[in-house]
Design a protein. Structure first.
Length: 127
């Protein structure tokens, strides 16, 4: 499993990369591995606003369908439209080309309940 140290992780298996007032959100390597072959991704519209912890989309794989939760509150600035035709990018490159969306943070980023890479790796091992 790969858990880049520059990211924060939610217990619901999303990652977030915060850069100033914007953030990129995606699914962790652990999540994509557990889901197996991802065949469909449903993402919100640009301009949609979500509270921290809200469901903002879903992924479907050959094994299951799962909701995706936003680890920080924000307004959608961009969605990864490549995933419409290439949802498998989440499997092959979850921290790069497989990102899900970019958001504008609506308030000071509350990351106190998010985990570091080391803490998330330990969390995944315990499951």
């Amino acid at each position: 499993m790969n858990f880049p140290s520059d990211l924060k992780y939610a217990k619901s298996d999303e990652w977030v990369r915060i850069d100033g007032n914007t953030a990129v959100v995606g699914l962790s390597d652990y999540a994509q591995d557990a889901l197996n072959d991802i065949v469909y991704v449903e993402l919100p519209e640009v301009g949609d606003t979500f509270e921290k912890g809200a469901v903002f989309g879903s992924v479907e794989s050959v094994k299951a369908a799962s909701d995706i939760y936003l680890p920080v509150a924000g307004k959608v600035l961009e969605v990864n439209t490549r995933l419409e035709d290439e949802p498998e990018l989440i499997n092959s490159d979850p921290y790069g080309d497989g990102w899900l969306l970019k958001i504008e943070l609506t308030s000071e980023a509350d990351t106190s309940d998010l985990m570091s890479a080391d803490d998330y790796a330990a969390y995944c091992e315990d499951r």
